[in-house]
Design a protein around this ligand. Structure first.
Ligand code: HXC
Length: 516
């Protein structure tokens, strides 16, 4: 074979590789509104930056007649490229090849790029669309998964790992995403479950549809597995690119700076009237966040799950921050099991990657009740406490209204290494609300009074005057300053400047033992 023929053969094989499982399977795949693995990679990366590896790798299975069917690449497209000019490693599972199922060689391909991502300190992104372990390969496939899981864990907290779910992901195909930092799914066209509806019917005698069992709406609102449910694959890919824009490349770097025209000295006058006179009335915490961050841009995480807490990324004067805020519009912003888990995981992510956390506090306490206690609100609430306590990133806290009891302690209080803690004049830093306190302290006495209601009302007022304000906490130095709400953006930016070179450490240890 002469050189020209060799080049021709190479090009033919390359073209064949680009077709994955073949034209007819691609047609079927696209008919379901799905892009191919290569199209997804191209959409995700900056144009022309994809560098592919292992294009010609094939499986080594000889069982079940598998030796008769080989596809170049073996069902996963792997390599590296750039997102907004920064290096990332990526793999995209190809459902047209054996349902995107994972073989020994397919596992090796993913492991190769995970190792490169870790060694080179660059994010690793998985675009998942897979029926799980390749059934024909049995234990080799399980080994392949296990090697990937191990790398997910070793990379955790060293490089950002993001996952998109673009099809039916079953079995082992969901555990690797679960070990990554964030998961995006496509509404009505992607699923995550350990076993599908058929197995559920056989084992549990339950009738459930694929969508009900593992669709994006269930996982983004109920299980909390999914961080973002996009209307389309393009939406999810845009979300991944946006997330990366807030993150450093690895845990040794600081976050990228993004130029803004939003002045650092911008007052937000409407915040002076956002708190209703009725201290139990709700107001829009998201509006508060949007009005203070750069250009009104806030990328919310898990927007539909545990809505009593709001978490997400934004920038102040060009610097990335994580925002955690109680949400008075949902369950009065109370902390409970789900909101504690959501907040804790987010704070820990920010701490891994040097992203300062801004905490807006308006919390009446932890949610009482048998449901919460039976399901271990003690352990789960402690997750958020643990996360804030161990975090050594800059922690800036703004109390807008209620900061009661244990929830006050948890929400990045001074006592657990909050760096700069501000309170609005409308805030109430106390063990509990005034009427609850008056009831506990004076309820019995009130019963012997001629007019118990009037007596209790007086005691409520007394408690309110004494404790339902920020001045007692400020007099102790637990609050660093009481600030005008309109100045919140300015004061946060000043606080970020004052803490930007913060260094803090925890005692040397193998790792802590977070209450799981
Ligand atoms: C080999 C597979 C496969 C698999 C699908 N295919 N899953 N081949 N191993 N795991 C093949 C099909 O045979 C078919 O081949 C093609 O992919 C498309 O599959 P369909 O079933 O036609 O597609 P669809 O109707 O969309 O259903 C998708 C699906 C379903 C829901 C994912 O295929 C399915 O339930 N697959 C099995 C899921 C599963 O049980 N996986 C193993 C989990 S155990 P042809 O040639 O017809 O195109 C596991 C253990 C790891 O993962 C645990 C680690 C902790």
């Amino acid at each position: 074979m002469n050189t020209a023929d060799k080049i021709k053969l190479f090009k033919e094989r390359k073209a064949e590789a680009r077709l994955g499982g073949g034209e007819s399977r691609i047609v079927k795949h696209k008919a379901q509104g799905k892009a191919t693995a290569r199209e997804r990679v191209e959409l995700f990366l900056d144009p022309g930056t994809f560098e592919e590896f292992d294009t010609f790798k094939t499986h080594r299975c000889y069982d079940f007649d598998m030796e008769k069917t080989h596809f170049y690449g073996d069902g996963v497209v792997t390599g590296c490229g750039k997102v907004n000019g920064r290096l990332v490693y990526v793999f995209a599972q190809d459902f047209t090849v054996f349902g995107g199922s994972l073989s020994e060689t397919y596992g090796e391909k993913i492991v190769k790029i995970m190792d490169l991502a870790l060694k080179n300190g660059a994010p690793c992104i998985g675009l998942n669309d897979s029926g799980g372990a390749r059934i024909q390969e049995g234990i080799e496939s399980l080994a392949g998964y296990s090697y990937i899981f191990l790398r997910n864990v070793l990379s955790s907290g060293v490089i950002p790992q993001l996952s998109a779910i673009f099809g039916p992901c079953a079995g082992g195909a969901v555990y690797s995403p679960a070990l990554t930092d964030f998961i995006g799914m496509v509404q009505n066209n992607s699923y995550m479950f350990l076993t599908g509806p058929g197995v559920v019917k056989t084992v549990c005698h339950e009738d459930v549809t694929t969508e009900e069992l593992g669709g994006a709406s269930m996982h983004s609102s109920r299980s909390g597995v999914c961080d973002f449910a996009g209307a389309s694959e393009v939406d999810v890919i845009e979300w991944l690119r946006t997330l990366l824009s807030y993150m450093p490349q690895n845990n040794m770097e600081t976050t990228p700076f993004v130029e803004t025209n939003d002045p650092a000295t911008r007052r937000v006058p409407e915040l002076n009237t956002i708190i209703p006179d009725n201290m139990n009335a709700a107001y829009d915490m998201k509006q508060l966040i949007l009005s203070t961050v750069d250009d009104g841009i806030f990328t919310e995480i898990k927007a539909n799950f545990a809505q009593n807490i709001i978490v997400g990324f934004a920038r102040y004067n060009g610097r990335s921050v994580g925002i955690v805020a109680n949400n008075p519009l949902n369950l009065a912003g109370v902390l409970d099991i789900d909101s504690s888990k959501k907040g804790a995981r987010f704070v820990r992510f920010c701490d891994c990657f040097n992203i300062p956390v801004i905490t807006f506090v308006d919390v009446p306490g932890f949610l009482p009740g048998t449901n919460q206690e039976f399901n271990a609100v003690i352990l789960n609430g402690a997750k958020l406490l643990y996360a804030y306590c161990e975090a050594t990133i800059p922690k800036i806290t703004i109390i807008t209204r209620k900061a009661y009891g244990g929830a006050y302690c948890v929400m990045s209080s001074k006592h657990i290494r909050g760096d700069i803690n501000y309170a609005w004049p409308t805030s109430e830093v106390a063990v509990m609300g005034a009427s609850g306190a008056a009831g506990v302290l004076h309820g019995r006495n009130a019963q012997s009074m001629d007019n118990p209601q009037e007596f209790l009302a007086e005691k409520v007022e007394e408690y309110q005057d004494k404790f339902s304000n920020p001045y007692v906490a400020a007099s102790r130095g637990y609050i660093d300053d009481i600030i005008e709400p309109a100045e919140t953006r300015i004061r946060i930016i000043n606080a970020l400047n004052a803490t930007q070179d913060k260094r803090d450490t925890n005692p040397m240890k193998k790792h802590g033992n977070i209450p799981l």
